[in-house]
Design a protein around this ligand. Structure first.
Ligand code: DGJ
Length: 733
């Protein structure tokens, strides 16, 4: 596992190979200095550049130096960081406009550098690693006709089968240049026919899985909403048509970024595939002065020759161990109860205490006070921005309430929506220019609120001061960081006209800066991300918040599909998931308490209900569920995750957690609809030791790992719909 670089003096070529445990990435700077992509896939023990040979480029042009060489065209070859304007007509990775108005860029190899450890990206979240765990390759390219340079950085985390990517665009000249596009990743797959998997959705229906064969032309998944969005997730998978959970080839990438993004996948005239992922260029533009650099956010890639399950597990590990940070990164999360679905805005201190009292008796660890505790906030029309306690509702303030809750043996957590402002608020009346709005136009309201201009230092300072004051005023162990609308009307009162296109990215940088300050200042506090549920569920936010509220949809049946899609990229420990009451508040569906529990256990686990409304029987169930979650939490969060069904196709959703040492596994899930005279459902376990002897809790006999993995386990026949499945497998020998 390493970065290997070889120079071919005769051909004037430099060959780069990045090796991980199960994959190899090859590229070469050819005799013209063009950085060509060669290979990403299995380790073949051979330079794969023989695959680049083409007989004739047809109607495509050649670079000048290639003369009449009819087999050399930028338009037909796989490239590491393609640029527009000089003969490659496919999706570019970078676009720059020079001071003379021209927009061409022709990048050629200048130098390279190998560094121990993993590179960092100024002001942006990124994968971090011990020096012994990673290596960095930097390749510097320079434009043939200007002083623009691009430094491509590759972070290789060999043992984890991960390669990270980021680019730095440098203006080495004196005159300003304009960067119109700066992608983070270009992934070329010159051979093969592929399917594309992406995760689309809407509010309360996030990350629905869609898989389709690539068609000729450009297909895109993107967000222009200022956040990574409910509608598309900043991640993708490209896989062979036969690829399943356990077999087939697949490539995946996710973006460590929380703003507008774009993934364009072009299946070109020669049936080569190019995927370009980065900040959405439709809402981007950056003025780069002489001597300045622009750094793209990071993209993280993996390859699996053994199916989608292995690809997901690579991503789960890297996110959990090398992106999430802080006290709760790997440690057990508190079982919380959140009052949102229990009370909405209709609460006071007494009501919250009654919830806390019952919750404490059932074994809950923490009470989270959601929206409505501050300013004049009795519904969603007012109060955002006024981060001081509403003493009418909470007599004696947060300190008192937190103390009483602590007295019951619970921790106390609290909700904020820092990036937003209500027009009916003291903050807006004092600083109307802090809200994003275009002069002369009425801003779009969403949930009656406007968005604060996070690119402004004064706005961030205000938020830092007011949030940290609250966090110091009481014993607060948790913050839910919500953001309940998309961003539009892009205009900052602080930026000059020519820099307005920078706002969208500056907003994200501002958000990260504030989160960095607060998480550093309050390392003991568990931050949970949220955006109207899972509207900003991305690796950028996970750098600051180790868990994110997955969806406002708490209906267990729908959740299995949302969590299924989420699991392709993100680990279970990142998924905020709660049990709520039935009929469910989003769908009216009635599902058994046990099924709601197993679904919430495939996440951070908690409750979102008023325990005073539960029967004694239900309260007993809650206590058992909490005990059971605590027993399984290390296996659930540290174990390997396997998808055992496709809930979009099958009449059931089943998944499994298997311990790394293969000593234990837990299969959980739900059978959706009961039909009469139902055929038996059997499921094949994963991640066991083939020769190991296993017992299934509550069943007779023992089984070899092979029997359970090749033959399977029969699921009990159950009466009624949406019935929970829980199978605990323990190794005996
Ligand atoms: C949206 C979140 O997803 C909910 O859980 C809740 O916190 C509301 N916002 C509060 O306004």
């Amino acid at each position: 596992m390493s970065i290997d670089i070889r120079v071919n003096e005769k051909e004037k070529e430099i060959f780069f190979s990045l090796r991980t445990l199960n994959s190899e990435y090859q590229m070469k700077a050819d005799g013209f200095g063009v950085l060509r992509h060669i290979w990403y896939g299995e380790i073949t023990e051979r330079d794969m550049d023989y695959l680049l040979l083409r007989p004739d480029v047809g109607f495509s042009g050649s670079i000048y130096e290639a003369g009449n060489q009819r087999d050399y065209s930028l338009d037909t070859m796989p490239l590491e960081y393609p640029c527009g304007g000089v003969g490659d007509y496919r999706v570019p990775a970078v676009k720059v406009t020079h001071s003379n108005g021209s927009s061409a860029l022709d990048l050629r190899y200048k130098s390279h550098n190998v560094i121990k450890g993993k590179y960092k990206i100024p002001s942006l979240p990124a994968v971090y690693a011990e020096e012994s765990e990673a290596e960095t390759l930097e390749i510097t390219l320079g434009d043939t006709a200007s002083d623009t340079e691009v430094v491509l950085r590759y972070g290789v985390l060999g043992d984890k089968d991960i390669i990270t990517r980021s680019a730095e665009i440098r203006n080495g000249g004196e005159k300003e240049i304009f960067v119109g596009k700066a992608a983070s990743l270009c992934l070329e797959l010159p051979q093969g026919k592929w399917d594309w998997i992406h995760f689309h959705g809407r509010h309360a229906m996030e990350r629905q899985t869609e898989r389709a064969p690539l068609f000729h032309g450009i297909q895109e998944s993107a967000s222009l909403r200022g956040t990574s969005s409910h509608q598309q997730n900043p991640s993708f998978i490209i896989c062979s048509p036969d690829c399943g959970e356990r077999h087939g080839e697949c490539y995946g990438a996710f973006f460590v970024y929380s703003g507008s993004f774009s993934t364009q996948i072009e299946y070109d005239q020669l049936e080569q595939t190019r995927a370009v992922m980065g900040i959405n260029p439709d809402l981007f533009g950056w003025h780069l002065m002489g001597g300045e650099s622009f750094y793209t956010p990071e993209a993280v890639m993996t390859y699996s020759g053994g199916g989608l399950g292995a690809l997901s597990r690579n991503f789960h590990k890297i996110i959990r161990e090398n992106i999430c940070r802080g006290k709760y990164k790997l440690s057990e999360r508190p079982v919380l109860i959140n009052n949102w679905e229990a009370t909405y805005f209709d609460f006071d201190g007494e009501k919250i205490l009654r919830i806390a009292e019952e919750a404490a008796k059932m074994g809950v660890d923490m009470l989270v006070l959601d929206d409505g505790w501050f300013g004049k906030r009795n519904d969603d029309c007012s109060g955002l921005g006024d981060w001081f306690v509403n003493e009418k509702k909470l007599k004696g303030g947060l300190g008192k309430l937190a103390e009483k809750i602590k007295g019951l043996g619970l921790k106390f957590g609290i909700w904020f929506e820092p990036e937003m402002v209500s027009e009916d608020s003291e903050l807006y009346r004092a600083h109307p220019d802090w809200a994003i709005a275009i002069p002369g136009r009425k801003p779009t309201r969403a949930r009656y609120q406007l968005v604060l201009d996070m690119s402004r230092k004064d706005v961030r300072d205000y938020l830092y001061d007011s949030i940290s004051k609250i966090l110091r005023s009481a014993d607060i162990s948790y913050v839910k960081w919500d953001a309940n609308r998309s961003i539009c009307d892009l205009y900052s009162a602080e930026l000059p006209p020519e820099r307005q296109r920078e706002l969208s990215h500056r907003y994200v940088l501002g958000l990260y800066e504030l989160l960095e300050r607060l998480t550093k200042e309050f390392p003991e506090v568990l931050f949970e991300g949220c955006s109207g549920g899972g509207g900003r569920f991305d690796a950028g936010m996970l750098y600051y918040c180790p868990q994110i509220w997955c969806s406002d949809d708490t209906d267990a049946y729908e959740r299995t599909k949302i969590q299924y899609g989420t699991s392709f990229i993100y680990p279970v420990s990142a998924v905020g998931s709660h049990i709520s009451v039935v009929p469910n508040h989003q769908t009216g569906r009635i599902t058994p308490m046990e099924s709601r529990a197993v679904t919430a256990m495939a996440g951070s686990f908690g409750y979102e209900l008023d325990p005073n409304s539960l029967s004694d029987y239900e309260k007993g169930l809650v206590s058992q569920q909490i005990q059971s979650f605590k027993k399984y939490a290390p296996l659930i969060h540290n174990g390997k995750y396997y998808r055992l069904s496709d809930p979009l196709r099958d009449n059931y959703a089943l998944w499994e957690f298997a311990s790394e040492d293969r000593s234990e596994a837990l299969i959980q899930g739900m059978i959706f609809r009961k039909v009469p005279n139902m055929k038996r459902i059997s499921v094949r376990a994963e991640g066991l030791s083939p020769d190991g002897i296993y017992r299934i809790e509550g069943r007779e006999g023992t089984f070899t790992g092979k029997a359970l993995m090749c033959g399977g386990i029969l699921i009990e026949d159950m009466w009624g719909d949406y019935k929970a499945v829980e199978i605990h497998i323990v190794r005996e020998g």
